[in-house]
Design a protein around this ligand. Structure first.
Ligand SMILES: [Zn+2]
Length: 248
């Protein structure tokens, strides 16, 4: 679920509703985390992740689950230094999980921009400056207030005007009872959309808000890498992706 509030640049993506989807796996061969998917499969995956459309997109969501306000590739500006800021109370396990996942993500992004993890001295990180994604670990009342009825996890994002395809910042929320249980919200934080797990179950963006698959899969990282090393820039259109041979 995503709602647009206050002004057009604030978008809330809640991921809990995904957990009602059946976890069925259909079709091919997938042996879990492999980059061995066909070009056609990767193209559909890219289309879903970067534009929220096509056969692998999560269509039942009101929102398209993560697509920014523009219909273009939406992410941080090239050469940005993006800070992922964790609250002081983050557990060691959660901290190490995020650091490892961000390392893997930086490798996939290949220097287009750079993400860095910072442990804050504060527990309350409900505002984010430009090029920051904050993580808040909050009780169920605060979860409901910020993420709607659903309690899984969510992120509120802001975008630069008038070029809505540039992400400005994100404020994410996770429930105290579960801590930072996935990297899914950070995936939204860099502009990725939900993928329908019934169509293509590999990866945290395809799971129920990340509950079943906390980490990026190799196929997700391969898709991200292909786009970020394609020579295209954030703001590219579906047509640009098609012209570059990235999507069907
Ligand atoms: Zn989601």
């Amino acid at each position: 679920m995503k709602k647009i509030c206050l002004n057009k640049v604030l978008i809330v993506i809640s991921c809990f509703s995904l957990s009602f989807l059946p976890g069925c796996e259909e079709g091919s061969s997938d042996d879990g985390y492999t980059t061995n998917v066909s070009v056609e499969t990767q193209s559909k995956h890219i289309k879903a992740l970067f534009f929220g459309v096509g056969p692998y997109a999560y269509k039942n969501s009101v929102s398209g689950g993560g697509v920014g306000p523009s219909s273009r590739w939406t992410s941080f500006r090239r050469d940005s230094l993006v800070e992922i800021i964790l609250p002081a109370k983050t557990s060691d396990v959660d901290y190490e999980f995020v650091v490892e996942e961000i390392d893997r993500l930086n490798t996939a992004i290949a220097g287009y921009f750079t993400l860095t993890v910072i442990l804050s001295g504060k527990d309350e990180l409900t505002s984010a400056n430009d090029n920051q994604i904050t993580v808040n670990i909050v009780n169920s009342d605060v979860m409901k207030k910020n993420c709607g009825e659903a309690g899984g996890g969510c992120i509120q994002q802001k975008f630069y005007k008038p070029d809505d395809h540039f992400i400005k910042s994100g404020v994410s929320y996770y429930p105290t009872s579960e801590g930072i249980f996935d990297i899914h919200e950070i995936g939204h934080g860099i502009g990725l959309s939900d993928v329908n797990p019934g169509a293509f179950p590999e990866g945290t963006m395809a799971s129920a808000g990340g509950r079943h698959i906390p980490k990026f899969s190799d196929s997700e990282l391969a898709a991200i890498n292909r786009v970020f090393t394609s020579g295209l820039k954030v703001g590219a259109t579906e047509q640009d992706f098609w012209d570059a041979g990235l999507i069907p």
